[in-house]
Every structure is written in structure tokens, then in C-alpha cells.
Design a protein around this ligand. Sequence first.
Ligand SMILES: [Zn+2]
Length: 167
Amino acid sequence: MIGPLSGEILGRPGLEAGERRAEAIQCILAGTTIAEVRTALGLDAADERAVADHVRKASPWMAVVTLDPGDPDDWGDCPGISPHPGPPLPGRTELFWCGEVPGLGRVVEHTCLCIMTEYELLSYGGTYRIRRTTIPRAGVPTVSFTGGWRRPEAYEWWFRLLTGQAR
Ligand SMILES: [Zn+2]
């Protein structure tokens, strides 16, 4: 995506901020990371903020996978590879979390380890559950599970969880 686009853009040095940002938003919504877009389009800090704000509103899930986690210092020892679950949104779906361990599953997706609460999507031979691991807290089991879905439904809930639409 960024290949042919970058050549075209770099060949038009007089590109206005508005056009540059519109191009960047298009690329990011198609899955290009902000780091690649930044280089290709020569975004400055103000561009980046405007683009990130727009992408977070337009597609919270794409924002999770394409935008930088911001200042690395904010994230402590963040390896910066796995997604960070977004803040829970008003009106989110409350998932039913159960402390009972459903046996051994295979981890197919997981959130970043730098966050206190880790979520993992597990496969149990065609059935999927999400495992939540938290630091010890009164009244909340450290490890709990939700789900029991088929694959497409499981990924939908996984995305909702990551985007704060379910928790
Ligand atoms: Zn992290």
C-alpha cells in the first residue's frame, strides 16, 4: 500500500497538511503502521496527533494495531509487539468471567505483558475462550475465563475486548 503511494507523495513536495493527513489516515485504516506512514509521508508531530485522533475514532481496533503506544517511557518495559487493550468504553458488554479452569487450551492471541491485566485467546480444539490474568485483588480471581465460542464469534469478542467494547 505504502510503496506506490509514497513515490507519488514524495514527488509532490507542496502537499498540504490536510492532504498529507488524509492520505495517512487512509493508509492506517488499511493496516499500515504509523511508523511506516510517518516515514513515507513525512508527518510532523501535529500531523501524527491529528491522524491518531481520527483513526482512534474511526476504527478503534485498527488504532490498537497500527498506532505506536506513544512515549515508550509511559509503558515501562513494553516489548511493543502485542496489542494493549483499550480503555473500557461506556456501554460496553460485561463478559461473564468464571474462575473455574476449563482444562488446557492453546494460546492463539494475547495482549501485551506490560499491562497489569493480561488477556489471552485460547483454543480448546475448535472452541475458544478468553483467559484473564490479573494481579491479586480482593474479590476477583487472579485467573478467570469467559467464552466457549466458535472461531468467528471468538475473534469478534476478542476484538471487542481489545477495543474496550467488552470487558
Ligand atoms: Zn506493552
